[in-house]
Design a protein around this ligand. Structure first.
Ligand SMILES: NC(=O)C1=CN([C@@H]2O[C@H](COP(=O)(O)OP(=O)(O)OC[C@H]3O[C@@H](n4cnc5c(N)ncnc54)[C@H](O)[C@@H]3O)[C@@H](O)[C@H]2O)C=CC1
Ligand SMILES: O=CCc1c[nH]c2ccccc12
Length: 283
């Protein structure tokens, strides 16, 4: 059993600090075997799904075949349409559950600019009806959040966004805004400097810190995403058990980066800009 700590959201819900992503691997549709391995062998009990990944049925089957009790897994899924009610009802059926733990609007671009408030009100209804414990957003900019907050009775619990050193120049002000409103950050793409843009200014800094902490470079990047977002949730993935164990150890065995180390990675990151997903986040 991993002893990952929880992050407490603004509505009181506890979320395991590290989540297993099902969105960016090659096995999108056939997530079943990977989720089974991640849950049963690496003890990753927080699974991040989305309607758009087209694999919710596989994730549901994985949990069913493992005989996982509903309370023993934290399930996030995301609305991939302009109609959160219709999307969530479909997702619940595919996942084989009555309720998800966290439901997010995947992107503000799914919704007309003028309807960001209206779609948020539907999210609030879905939470009230018990179809999801917590509600949040993904890939929302400050301006999108301001629209939501104009009408919100419930403040979004999270904003799931791309966080790694090469987007920190742009992400910094959004992270600070979310912090000021009590909206937790969920970081995706945290390993991007290492695996998607190697050879840049961040690499030598991360390598040094890894040596100082007795950690791997991947572990340093996961911790950095957690710490730069003031204790946020981090999403990663792998189909290899050994890598998942290494990722978990980042949060159970490796000590925190010092403030100076966190700052050194941030400063190196600002020397280049590489966004991997969701170009609108740079607008
Ligand atoms: N809301 C959104 O728009 C988005 C959400 N996500 C969610 O976040 C999850 C994680 O995002 P990722 O970009 O996949 O995270 P990530 O930046 O941690 O990359 C994971 C990738 O790195 C590889 N990897 C893991 N450890 C490694 C190591 N030590 N050395 C080399 N390669 C390694 C894995 O095989 C995997 O392909 C997704 O699966 C998805 O659930 C991802 C992108 C967009
Ligand atoms: O969640 C963001 C990235 C992503 C990974 N797989 C898909 C499929 C469809 C839309 C977005 C994504």
């Amino acid at each position: 059993m991993s002893n990952l700590s929880n992050v407490k959201l603004n509505d009181g819900l506890q979320v395991p600090v590290l989540g297993y992503g099902t969105g960016t691997a090659l096995y999108q549709k056939e997530a079943k075997d990977s989720v089974k391995m991640a849950y049963s062998e690496a003890h990753m009990h927080h699974i991040d799904c989305a309607e758009m990944y087209d694999n919710e049925e596989s994730v549901g089957l994985a949990l069913k075949e493992l005989g996982v009790k509903r309370d023993d897994v934290f399930i996030t899924t995301k609305c991939g349409s302009a109609d959160p009610r219709k999307s969530l009802e479909k997702s619940l059926k595919l996942l084989g559950v009555d309720q998800v733990d966290l439901y997010l609007i995947h992107s503000p671009l799914l919704v007309k600019d003028t309807e960001l408030g209206k779609s948020w009100q539907i999210m609030e209804e879905l939470q009230k009806e018990g179809k999801t414990k917590s509600i949040g957003v993904s890939n929302y900019r400050v301006s999108d959040l301001e629209e939501v907050l104009k009408v919100a009775k419930v403040t979004p619990s999270v904003n799931q966004i791309e966080v790694h050193p090469y987007v920190y120049d742009v992400a910094q002000s959004l992270i600070d805004f979310c912090d000021s409103k009590g909206i937790h950050i969920e970081s995706y793409g945290p390993l991007s400097s290492l695996i998607r843009h190697p050879g840049g200014p961040v690499d030598p800094i991360v390598k040094n810190i890894a040596q100082e902490l007795g950690a791997t470079e991947g572990q340093v990047l996961l911790k950095w995403a957690h710490q730069i977002t003031h204790g946020g949730i981090v999403l990663t993935t792998s189909s290899k058990k050994e890598r998942l164990e290494e990722q978990i150890k980042a949060f159970t065995e490796i000590k925190d980066l010092s403030d100076e180390q966190v700052k050194a990675v941030a400063e190196a990151g600002k020397k280049a800009h590489h966004r991997v997903f969701m170009p609108h986040m740079d607008q």
